[in-house]
Design a protein around this ligand. Structure first.
Ligand code: N01
Length: 538
């Protein structure tokens, strides 16, 4: 049972009804606390609610991209494909909402606008609602931001957005009813993971598809298909061991990482290894050698291999060259595809390089690049997200002394362990910047954070503490550590959303913690074992 010393509407106010928010509610209830989730969408599922674009699916295999807090749930849920498609993951999220009877404490279509810390009352005052007069302000002892890492769409500020007479879509805000592109002239801007999944399917429907590419991307085949029932049986029989093994891996995913340098193999052996991973499919490609993300020359072996594949697959040599990236493979998130490169062999697909000549503007009939007008019936922006910080900064969050989070993070995110900020007591972020988050399998990382936060709140209530706040020194040294380790990997070296490069004006900081899931897990465990070291409890 809770023993709230301060009168509040809620013990735990949770922002977002994705897997993180729902699990936080579940854990809050287990502590006997009054929790409630506020969600801007009209359904649960977070990322999987919004990203309904054609071809959307997870690039972590289904048996691992799943919650593990309840062994019964693990056993009873049946995935149908090796990589789960978006509708199935959304069904899974809805199943969780129903199975654990969470819906009564989830307010849908109810965005959180502001969260202000009231120092006198030692409570958060949180404004929720549509902002048209129907909003309300609630008090809460704790606020948990379960707002997701990739949830604030990045919409390029292209001139003339209102001029285009046809529909404009963003992959991260896809209409629920779906879109039928049959016979249409379609333009897609962007060639990241979302575009790479959507393009092959849009191409099958469209009369003509034009893809506007600013930076080519590396993609490895998914080799998706129906899930193998024997494998499922084996995994279900050994789920605990598999989950525990996953926690010893840097990405929190149990897969085969070879602890061999690319330089220990000769050319033939390297090719054999790359080919076997290419044939297997998926993100394990980068686990072929242990220095692919540490050494540029080693990385070039892998990049050359994929470039060769692109040249083999794409018939037109000029298009193939345009599709060949020249940067570090894995620096931007590696894409996992189904037929992406071969889509460019279709007669109804063309590729336009906009690296030097950005989209000038939208016009009534399409868009203009380098003085040339392209006519479309529909335009799709697959331009990604204001990642990791966007959704948080979209809410007017103010801590002690009215300090705005936006000001605190003016030069990039600053927090302790990706969980908590000095100046913002009793406010937690699930998979916040400064935690492994997007570099790992998100669901175990979500569970790890939610459990840590729930245990922390339980500890405070059991010990009669009202407030927890990161110490400024602990925060500074964590931020320094996050920056220091990011420099060890090639991942921090290119213009990716990891460093905020996709959003004009965003500070360039490598946002996720690259030290790996096990090192991070040990750190946050030690913090607790040492009496919440680095936090002030009062
Ligand atoms: O977004 P992105 P995404 N003009 O930022 C281009 C996860 N995810 O939605 O590279 C023209 O990767 C931009 O160009 P550039 C996954 O973690 C996972 O595709 O910045 N182009 C890029 O090509 C992923 O990494 C899955 O030069 C502009 C594209 O738009 C993350 O979400 C599936 C532009 C954006 O690519 C984000 O993926 C989907 C502009 N003004 C997503 N602005 C899975 O498989 C941006 N671009 C699980």
């Amino acid at each position: 049972m809770s023993h709230p010393k301060r009168e509040a509407d809620l013990d735990v106010l949770i922002v977002g009804a994705g897997f993180a928010g729902m699990y936080m509610l579940y854990r809050a209830r287990k502590l006997g606390l009054k929790g409630r989730v506020f969600e801007r969408g009209d359904g649960v599922g977070g990322t999987w609610y919004w990203n309904r674009y054609p071809g959307a699916r997870c690039d972590v295999e289904s048996m691992q991209y799943s919650m593990q807090f309840d062994p019964d749930l693990e056993q009873e849920w049946e995935w149908t494909e090796r990589y789960a498609p978006q509708p199935e993951i959304l069904d899974y999220a809805n199943h969780i909402a129903d199975r654990y009877e969470l819906r009564s404490d989830i307010r849908l279509s109810c965005p959180v606008r502001a969260a202000h810390f009231d120092e006198k009352a030692a409570l958060w005052r949180v404004t929720v609602g549509d902002g048209n007069g129907s909003g309300e302000t609630l008090t809460a002892r704790f606020v948990v931001m379960a707002t997701g890492c990739l949830s604030q769409p990045n919409k390029p500020g292209v001139e003339g957005m209102d001029d285009f007479r046809g529909p404009i879509y963003h992959t991260g805000e896809w209409p629920k009813e779906g879109v039928d592109f049959t016979g249409q002239r379609v333009g897609v801007v962007g060639t990241g993971s979302s575009a790479i999944q959507a393009i092959p399917i849009i191409a099958e429907q469209a009369g003509h598809l034009t893809v506007f590419q600013r930076t080519p991307n590396y993609a490895v085949p998914a080799h998706n298909g129906p899930i193998d029932p024997e494998m499922v049986e084996q995994v279900k029989a050994n789920y605990r061991e598999i989950r525990e093994k996953a926690k010893t891996m840097p990405a929190g995913i149990a897969f085969d990482l070879r602890d061999v340098s690319a330089f220990e193999a000769d050319d033939a052996e390297r090719r054999r290894q790359f080919q076997s991973r290419w044939d297997y499919g998926g993100l394990t490609f980068l686990g072929c050698f242990n220095d692919l993300l540490l050494d540029e020359e080693a990385n070039r072996f892998a990049a050359d291999f994929v470039r060769e594949k692109i040249r083999e697959i794409v018939h037109d040599p000029a298009t193939a060259e345009m599709l060949c990236p020249d940067n570090i493979i894995g620096c931007k998130r590696l894409c996992v595809d189904t037929g992406y490169y071969r889509t460019f062999n279709r007669d109804n697909v063309s590729l336009v390089d906009i690296a030097e000549t950005p989209v000038e503007r939208l016009t009534a009939t399409g868009l203009r690049v380098d003085g040339r007008d392209y006519a479309f019936d529909a335009i799709v922006f697959a331009t990604g997200f204001d990642a990791m910080t966007g959704a948080l900064l979209n809410i007017d969050i103010r801590g002690r002394g009215g300090e705005r989070l936006r000001d605190k993070w003016d030069g990039g995110p600053r927090n302790y362990l990706g969980l908590s900020m000095h100046g913002f007591p009793n406010l937690f972020t699930v998979t916040g910047p400064g935690s492994p988050s997007v570099l790992t399998n998100m669901l175990p990382s979500i569970e790890q954070h939610v459990e840590w936060i729930a245990d922390c709140i339980g500890h405070m209530d059991a010990n009669g503490r009202d407030l927890i706040e990161a110490e400024p020194e602990a925060e500074d040294s964590w931020v320094d550590h996050v920056n220091e380790v990011s420099g060890l990997s090639l991942r921090s070296t290119c213009s990716s959303w990891y460093v905020g490069a996709n959003v004009p004006g965003k500070p360039r900081v490598f946002m996720p913690y690259i030290g790996g899931f096990p090192a991070y897990a040990e750190k946050i465990r030690d913090v607790v074992a040492n009496g919440y070291e680095g936090f002030r409890l009062s």
